[in-house]
Design a protein around this ligand. Structure first.
Ligand code: ZN
Ligand code: ZN
Ligand code: FE
Length: 762
């Protein structure tokens, strides 16, 4: 007997070829009916026997197009007849409900084949795309996702493209950014130096081969590119970007090309080739043609595959890999409009531009693998704006995030939409990008926040911007969230824990505003969504010079030596950084505690150890010293350890650090291997984490541990902590969807504000 069913599907089901897929599937199973979409879902009316309908629904899940993400399928039985045959009906717009916006995705293999097929009508077309690949988030101006609502609206389709666009059996059926040589956007090459030929790609290749720096417009903004094997060119990019030694990412043609420069595991290969195509941090090969200036002193290298047709054309035939770094001034958001790139002309020699406007800026994502699982470092292209599952609450929240690596979050109806990485909120440009993107998200997802969550730091620009936004939009509830509580809550949110079930949280990072007005960063909290107890923390230490100490691990090391009652012996690496007079001044500062800032920061403690071990005395980018410490420790971990382990003391909730520097100095004095010391240091941190967790389990009966904060970008530390906690029978939770650094903070702020009604300050 034949029944009629209405089936509604929500998730990422628009702009991914879902309707033609349903059309094909229904045809194959001989079902009658129709499929269509509105602004919030795909709907199907279909008639057939209930067995066949079951099979149909099953295959909706198993055979869905590659970029689709099904969240829910609802089946409603109906009486009455469906249409004869099966067809696709027009889009309908329904107010107040929104479907999910797909992220930008890498060129698919079908399009890549056509790109290099001389007989294809899109041979070498720099904007080739289909329903399975290409720009989405960065071209969408509003919903529903139709060509008129994208930055492709200004390009009128030629008749050939129009017929593909209208043909349900074509891979480009309703591919909104569809284009070809006759009707699509065009590349343009601008250079003050006359070049031969008129093909923009050929001219860009020539400029790069000649050692030039070329600004290349991509999906979410402009990159600065140069030949990654050319020391002079790499130096030129570094000088012009004022970026002396922060690692630069490279782009290669394909996986085999990546393997020439780095060791790639199977899981890493999968990530590189995924549709998100992020920058993956890989172990660099020591013998390769890459310039040693790409990531000086760092055995890791950020690698991504060519993910747009333009990139593939530039790298075809495995030409030299390219350095690809966002075009921006330090700390500012990525340039994505003509006027932005116009203001940066001193940074490049030529521009490979195009006339497809970008509606939202979006940087490349950065990820690494820890214990075979994804650890996001920067969440942007390919992931944003996909939502993080979020238990539905009665209130929607705008959470503004932190100051560095800002990303904000809006929540409503079971979704948390975390924005792409915005940047460091320390200048007007980033603030503008923040405001623009908040406006865009709120409108796109039709969110009306009931509460704005901000970091409790009184000086954060993000907090001020959040309060201003609340005032302007008449949102009366502003919730201040303690920084490390938000870190732990971000883990709880990501793992969809019960907001009322407390966890044991370790929030280790560089800096965050504490409830007592001092700088926290080595915190153990028993936390749920409503609040937290600060049950333990790293011993507070006075840092001479405050902010200067962040850039100078040698100062932090002296402070820890002083705190441990150790002499500043002249042979110690940090001591050698200062003159006798400077040392005298520093000692006075510490003794009298003037111009010092008190902190419990774990990030600073890692800096101090890196300095003591002679690895790094001054840094030019965040976590530089800590990364080097991790790397030497990781190398030593491959050999056998011979030292006696290090242990922190515990004193009534204070993690006493002094035994560790004492042992380190003694081991250095007796000539122990620096890597082995570094490994023992990591192990000691993991040991105290496990020890404290066991104490908390004994007293409070909690067996779930959450690890968050920027220090947990350290893969070795994370692995050692998880191993010890697993062994002790805990459930150890880490981040896999959002970064452990401040880039994931907004999710935790949102979780706290959504699940608790206490402590409002308007
Ligand atoms: Zn494609
Ligand atoms: Zn065309
Ligand atoms: Fe933090």
């Amino acid at each position: 007997m034949s029944v009629v069913e209405r089936i509604e599907i929500t998730g990422v089901v628009q702009g991914v070829g879902f309707r033609p897929f349903v059309h094909r599937l229904a045809g194959e199973l001989g079902l009658d009916g129709h499929v269509g979409n509105d602004s919030s879902r795909v709907f199907i009316e279909v008639s057939g026997s209930s067995e066949v309908l079951d099979r149909f629904v099953e295959r909706l899940h198993t055979d869905a197009p590659p970029l689709a993400r099904i969240e829910r399928v609802e089946r409603v039985q109906r009486v009455g007849a469906a249409d004869r045959g099966f067809h696709i009906v027009e889009s309908r717009s329904v107010a107040g409900r929104r479907t999910l916006v797909p992220p930008d995705t890498a060129l698919c293999t079908d399009c890549a084949r056509e790109l290099f097929d001389p007989s294809d009508r899109r041979f070498h077309h720099p904007f080739i795309t289909c329903t399975n690949c290409g720009p989405r988030f960065t071209i969408i101006e509003s919903l529903p996702y139709d060509r008129d609502n994208t930055t492709m609206a200004g390009f009128e389709m030629c008749s050939a493209c129009r017929s593909e666009y209208g043909d349900p059996n074509d891979r480009r059926y309703h591919a909104q950014p569809i284009a070809c040589h006759d009707c699509g956007p065009e590349l343009a090459f601008h250079s003050p130096i006359p070049a031969i030929g008129d093909d923009p790609v050929e001219r860009a290749i020539a400029a790069l081969a000649a050692g030039g720096v070329v600004a290349i417009k991509g999906l979410g903004g402009y990159h600065l590119a140069c030949d990654a094997t050319d020391d002079v060119a790499v130096t030129s990019i570094r000088t012009r970007k004022h970026r002396p030694d922060k690692p630069l990412a490279i782009m290669v043609a394909d996986l085999a090309h990546a393997e020439e420069y780095a060791f790639v595991s199977e899981a890493e290969a999968e990530l590189l080739c995924s549709s998100a195509a992020p920058i993956v941090l890989l172990r660099a090969r020591s013998e390769s043609s890459l310039s040693s200036l790409i990531a000086p002193g760092n055995p890791l290298i950020g690698v991504m595959l060519a993910y747009t047709p333009v990139h593939q054309l530039l790298l075809a035939g495995r030409r030299s890999p390219l350095v690809m770094t966002s075009a921006n001034r330090a700390g500012e958001p990525i340039a994505y409009r003509p006027e932005h790139i116009g203001s940066l002309v001193a940074m490049f020699d030529a521009v490979l531009d195009n006339d497809r406007p970008i509606s939202a800026p979006c940087d490349d994502s950065v990820v690494r693998l820890v214990g075979g699982r994804l650890l996001p470092i920067r969440r942007a292209r390919g992931y944003a704006p996909l939502p993080v599952p979020f238990a539905a609450t009665t209130r929607s929240v705008l959470a503004v995030g932190a100051e560095s690596k800002n990303a904000f979050c809006v929540t409503t109806g079971g979704h948390a939409w975390l924005s792409q990485h915005i940047g460091d909120m320390e200048n007007l440009e980033t603030l503008r990008a923040f405001e623009g993107n908040v406006g865009r998200f709120v409108e796109m997802y039709d969110v009306h926040p009931d509460v704005v969550a901000v970091d409790a730091h009184p000086g954060y620009l993000s907090s001020k911007a959040g309060r201003t936004w609340a005032r302007q939009h008449r949102v009366h509830a502003v919730r201040e969230v303690q920084h490390h509580h938000a870190h732990i809550a971000a883990v709880m949110a990501e793992h969809q824990l019960d907001p009322h079930d407390p966890v044991i949280g370790f929030a280790f990072d560089g800096t965050g505003y504490g409830d007592d007005g001092s700088i926290w960063g080595g915190e153990m909290l028993i936390a749920d969504a409503k609040g937290y107890d600060r049950v333990a923390h790293l011993a507070s230490i006075s840092l001479p010079g405050g902010d200067a100490a962040i850039r100078e691990p040698c100062r932090v090391a002296l402070a820890h030596l002083h705190g441990a009652g150790l002499d500043w012996d002249p042979w110690l690496a940090p001591v050698q950084e200062f003159t006798a007079i400077e040392l005298g001044v520093l000692r006075q500062q510490l003794v009298r505690d003037v111009a010092c800032v008190a902190t419990t920061s774990m990030g600073r403690f890692f800096d101090a150890v890196a300095s003591l071990l002679g690895l790094r005395q001054r840094i030019s980018f965040e976590a530089q010293a800590a990364i080097e410490l991790e790397i030497v420790a990781e190398d030593a971990a491959r050999h056998h350890q011979t030292l006696e382990g290090y242990r922190f003391d515990l004193d009534d909730g204070t993690i006493v650090t002094t035994p560790v520097p004492r042992r380190i100095v003694a081991d250095l004095d007796s000539g122990s291997d620096v890597g082995t010391i570094a490994w023992h240091f990591h192990d000691a941190v993991a040991e105290i984490v496990a020890r404290l967790a066991m104490e908390a389990r004994d007293t409070r009966g909690i067996a779930t541990v959450a690890l968050s904060g920027g220090t947990f970008q350290n893969a070795l530390l994370t692995r050692l902590c998880v191993e010890r906690l697993d062994e002790a029978g805990f459930t150890a939770l880490t981040h896999h969807l959002v970064p452990p650094n401040d880039g994931g903070l907004a999710l935790g702020q949102a979780y706290i504000a959504a699940h608790s009604t206490n402590e409002f300050r308007s």
